[in-house]
Design a protein around this ligand. Structure first.
Ligand code: ADP
Length: 656
């Protein structure tokens, strides 16, 4: 019905062309008649073909049946929005590019340098710097990108008044400070600060904080420094985008610093660990050298000793042997190392030594002697000791074997024994005739003597008897030791043996006012009657000799059964001779069984005796496959025990 000139402009047509026409003629899409909204967008087709975006509002029924349309051209507004969007895109891309550049490096100094260079390039600022805040309130620009013609500020320490504590606090809270004109009154800068600005030609500045993650800070962040842009030629308005860019870059720097610190920490941890490892390797190498050296020394010692030294594991394989094995046995290292004992020594010899091997592997030290033909073709007497190698859990890992050549010692012992034997034999004949002559003299048949002469004769008789006893003992021992004696073993009743011994020693016991008793038993032993009698009487005579008056010496025998394998057991009869005498010190309990050993050297004078009795007893008992030992308590008495085999019974025999 009616249009104004602005509408004519908008529709691109003269008033007369518009009036009287339907509005839809001019629209890209027909109007939505039901439209009730206040404002709506439509597109107008101008007659030149141009399309315009228009916003319209409708006032219905302004006059009866007359509506009012108000049109507004919004094409330019839309264009502006597109431009702004483009700009935003550009900024995002720019920001991404700078961030990428920063992130490409892990070196903090490189990151900081890139940041200032890039900010300076993008903002076209005259000077961009990174200022590091120190703990004491001062600080210093540590990176700078400055246009030529302006004074570089790098490395200049800012006094505290330029950057007071309250500023620092504000920055810590994340404040961004943009001052378009430092000289403008609304900048509200202190006098000293303006002076400082002048000195460095600063007209405008934009400051953003660089905050770094810090576990020690209550908020988790601390003010590491500032990213600052200076404009030196003229004042400058800092746009929102520029402020935002600076802030985001400062955040990136904060993250990079944190990561860099982590990396540095990591590097220092790696460096520290490497140094430690190197040290450990050094120590280990030194220890290895020392070990090798000590090993060489040990080997030198082991090889230099005139004994066989070896280590045998629990499977009875040689694990170590010294050089003597080669020179003595003529075996190469390959013939010994890792070989079983039976392979090295041969099956026959192995049978002989296997019992000692078993003892060592049970955890007991064992020593034995054996004769062996060595590399030189001669028979050598060897003393072999096996010392078990016991680990902390008390398990036997193997044993050390020490073998020494005792041929010389044996030869000397033989010579000594032969000498004693010869001398004793030579002594016995004249002694016997002296003894008989003295006995005849004592009868008085060859004339009577003065009482003094008789006393002298008695002494001579007593001492001769002692000498005969000694010579007999020496010869006995020598005979048994040399193995010249054959034990005539037979079944003997233990009761008979004890009874006979008591009978034989009765007179001596009475003389010494000692009671003798024995405990009856039905046991039977396998023994040489005469020799066992010799043993028993020797023990009883000692018991009598060392007992106080009116005390009792008791003989007894008891059975003891030992399993030697799953199907085999052996029974021993243990004889005991118990007295209530002076006793024997603990450290002498073993030595008294050696030749000429007496607890007190005056014993032989006071009590008679030669110190050979127990040595003979041991030879006899061992000749029967038994053992002899003593137990004693000083001043309370001693008990001498010896064992004899009762009977070897096989399990199968028992079933039969
Ligand atoms: P001896 O002929 O001297 O008795 P033995 O070999 O029989 O020789 O005994 C050696 C030493 O052992 C004795 O001299 C004595 O010191 C000690 N001895 C032996 N039997 C006993 C005992 N029953 N009580 C105390 N000491 C004893």
């Amino acid at each position: 019905m009616e249009v104004n000139s602005a509408a004519c402009n908008l529709f691109g047509a003269a008033k007369k062309k518009l009036v009287g026409k339907s509005i839809d003629t001019f629209l890209v899409l027909p109007l939505n008649r039901k439209h009730n909204q206040e404002k709506t967008e439509i597109k107008i087709k101008q007659h030149q073909g141009k399309v315009k975006t228009v916003e319209y509002s409708l006032v219905k029924d302004l006059l009866p049946k007359h509506n009012l349309f108000v049109f507004r051209d919004i094409s330019t507004l839309q264009r502006q929005a597109i431009v702004e969007l483009d700009l935003h895109h550009q900024r995002v891309e720019l920001f991404a590019e700078v961030t990428l550049k920063i992130r490409q490096s892990l070196q903090i100094h490189e990151i900081l340098q890139t940041a200032v260079t890039e900010v300076q390039r993008i903002l076209q600022a005259d000077r961009v710097l990174i200022y590091q805040v120190f703990g004491n309130g001062t600080g210093m620009p540590i990176k700078e990108a400055v246009l030529t013609g302006f004074k570089p500020i790098l490395g200049v320490k800012f006094p505290e008044e330029v950057f007071p504590a309250d500023y620092r606090q504000l920055y810590t809270k994340g404040r961004v400070r943009a001052i378009p004109n430092v000289h403008a009154p609304d900048a509200e800068l202190a006098e000293c600060l303006i002076e400082f600005m002048n000195e460095w030609q600063i007209k405008s500045k934009l400051v953003v904080p660089i905050l770094q993650n810090a576990k020690s800070e209550p908020r988790g962040e601390h003010l590491w420094g500032l990213l600052i842009s200076h404009q030196c030629q003229a004042p400058r308005e800092w746009t929102e985008f520029e402020q935002e860019l600076m802030q985001q870059l400062a955040d990136q720097i904060g993250i990079a610093l944190f990561q860099g610190e982590l990396l540095e920490n990591l590097e220092s941890i790696v460096a520290e660990r490497t140094a430690k490892l190197r040290q450990e390797i050094n120590v280990r190498t030194k220890a290895e050298i020392a070990l090798r050296h000590s090993e060489e020394q040990l080997r030198l010692i082991a090889n230099g000793l005139p004994v066989l030294i070896a280590y045998v594991d629990k499977k009875q394989h040689y694990q170590f042997n010294n050089q003597a094995y080669q020179t003595w046995l003529g075996l190469s290292p390959q013939e010994i190392c890792d070989r079983h004992l039976s392979q090295v020594h041969g099956e026959e010899e192995y049978q002989q030594i296997s019992q000692y091997v078993a003892t060592a592997l049970k955890g007991e030290t064992v020593t034995y002697e054996r004769d062996l033909v060595l590399q030189d073709g001669c028979v050598h007497s060897l003393s072999v000791t096996y010392i078990p190698h016991i680990q902390t859990q008390k398990t036997v890992q193997g044993f050390f074997a020490l073998t020494s050549d005792i041929s010389d010692r044996k030869a000397i012992e033989r010579m000594k024994d032969e000498f004693i034997s010869v001398v004793s034999h030579e002594l016995r004949t004249p002694l016997t005739s002296i003894h008989s002559s003295l006995k005849i003299l004592a009868t008085g048949k060859l004339g009577s003597l003065y009482p003094q002469g008789e006393r002298m004769l008695n002494i001579a008789d007593e001492q001769t008897e002692r000498l005969v006893h000694l010579v007999n003992n020496v010869l006995d021992l020598q005979r048994i030791q040399s193995g010249k004696i054959i034990m005539n073993k037979q079944a003997c009743k233990a009761d008979d043996l004890m009874q006979e011994a008591v009978q034989m020693m009765k007179t001596l016991a009475q003389e010494q006012k000692i009671k003798l008793s024995y405990q009856s038993t039905p046991l039977i032993v396998w023994a040489d009657r005469d020799y066992i009698m010799q043993t028993l009487t020797n023990l009883v005579s000692n018991a009598i000799k060392f007992s106080p008056d009116n005390s009792t010496v008791i003989l007894s025998a008891a059975i003891e059964t030992k399993n030697i394998s799953e199907h085999q057991s052996i029974s021993y009869v243990t004889f005991a001779v118990q007295d209530r005498g002076q006793g024997i010190p603990q450290d002498r309990l073993e030595t008294i069984f050696e030749r000429f050993q007496q607890v007190d050297s005056s014993d032989s004078r006071k009590k008679g005796g030669t110190g050979l009795g127990l040595a003979i007893c041991r030879q006899i008992v061992e000749g029967h496959g038994g053992q002899i030992w003593a137990e004693s308590c000083l001043n309370r008495g001693s008990t001498f025990y010896f064992t004899l085999p009762e009977l070897i019974q096989l399990e199968s025999d028992r079933h039969d």
